[in-house]
Design a protein around this ligand. Sequence first.
Ligand code: ADP
Ligand code: MG
Length: 313
Amino acid sequence: MPRAVVAIGGNSLITDSKHRTVRDQYLAAAETDHHIAAMVAGGWDIVITHGNGPQVGFILRRSDLARHELHEVPLDVCVADTQGAIGYLLQQNLLKDFRRLGIDKSVATVVTQVEVASDDSAFTTPTKPIGSFLTDAEARDRHEREGWDVAEDADRGWRRVVASPAPVRIVEIDVIRHLLDGGFVVIAAGGGGIPVVADEVGDLTGVPAVIDKDHASALLANDIGAELLLISTSVEQVALDYGTSDQRFVTDLSLADAKRYLAEGRHFKAGSMKPKIAAVIDFLEGGGRRAIITTPGNIESALVGDAGTHITA
Ligand code: ADP
Ligand code: MG
């Protein structure tokens, strides 16, 4: 069976700011799952990965608001919490689809640690804003008492910033491979994985950082020998000169084109499309055959070449 990694955007589980409840996320997960179930019915062996930006934000906010009464939740544990909760929503909905389609398969979510290098240069200049906005005084206090890195976010106040280091090793990769070999659908590396560093004897410790889910998905896809990396996001196709009057959507890109456009710098926005294109390049250079970027609703038509942006080695 051909293998694919399907990377679901954390934002695509929150359709808009008025639909953020757990029930809303459940319904959005159900919608995405219908399309993934169709892939399974079509013969793909699949590992699902997902983002968690908004969901981690909610947990941090709750933790913040309850500070006077309850312990705070460290960032690595927030990521673990979102892996469990989002995995659960995806798992339950997929099982419904499988029953309806007569597919005899089970789904497992793997709480996944991803090792990062403690000397990754991202740790010297943290850039990824997370959690609530802070006043000047709160920002100073958190910096002094708790060592938080903080940065001013436009005119909206201060926010904590953390490092976004590169994923180096998926700790649970053998477990994921065994589950795939056993015919299970696997949900793994949620939110890019729980960032951990290894000490001299190899023991792991969580670190306050976030790993980009697109990069972690590419690493995972190469590790399981996937031929396809399918990135399911909020746009049907990738655009060149995005957001300008020259904007044009592209259907096919070669690996060389993707590298050239990425190097040109102006096409893909940092923090959204740029990491996806960079991850696709890593995947194709690491042995992958093709990548597709499209919306959940276009997955089936993209697989037959009728939608999405296709990048091939
Ligand atoms: P996800 O949660 O799926 O990772 P992101 O918001 O990180 O979603 O990335 C998808 C977004 O990238 C799109 O909604 C779009 O606004 C933005 N984007 C930036 N550059 C481009 C581009 N060149 N082509 C298409 N979309 C782009
Ligand atoms: Mg993203």
